[in-house]
Design a protein around this ligand. Sequence first.
Ligand SMILES: Cc1cc2nc3c(=O)[nH]c(=O)nc-3n(C[C@H](O)[C@H](O)[C@H](O)COP(=O)(O)O)c2cc1C
Length: 154
Amino acid sequence: MKTLIAYFSAENGTTARAAKEAAELLGADLYEIAPEQPYTAADLNWKNPLARCNREKFGGKDVPVVGRIENFDDYGAVLIGFPIWYACAPNVVNTFCQGYNWYGKKIAAFATSGGSGIGKTADKLRPFVSGGELLGARLIHSGAELADWAKEIL
Ligand SMILES: Cc1cc2nc3c(=O)[nH]c(=O)nc-3n(C[C@H](O)[C@H](O)[C@H](O)COP(=O)(O)O)c2cc1C
């Protein structure tokens, strides 16, 4: 079965670059997780307590996503990528995950960060991909590193 790399990237495209490079190396399909309302720089300014990112995080809000993966059943493995926000996955990634049936799929989460480790990211993501087998989560620094790890664990 095919492998999908579904990623969210907001600030500098760091996660997007790694996801694209790994998709080429693995021959995987690529899907961008995008919020219905794109993030502006002001939305991402976590230093402002009233910024959208803080309201979403601390309000525990769902973040509606654009579009839908119609052929999701074709994929046996899904790599889910995102920047670490507040030491775990951004809410938009959780909302995306809730929209699909993960039963029988192998899943691995990967992230980029400003310095934090991967922490409890896998445990926090697990409830949103129930039915699937979440094999682990890893902080990555390049698409090549991601592709190597995917080959090891999937
Ligand atoms: C709202 C917000 C929260 C963040 N929280 C963290 C954090 O807890 N730890 C960390 O190391 N970096 C944090 N960062 C930095 C991003 O994880 C990092 O810059 C990431 O590589 C950006 O990837 P992107 O360009 O694909 O969006 C945060 C960034 C934003 C915008």
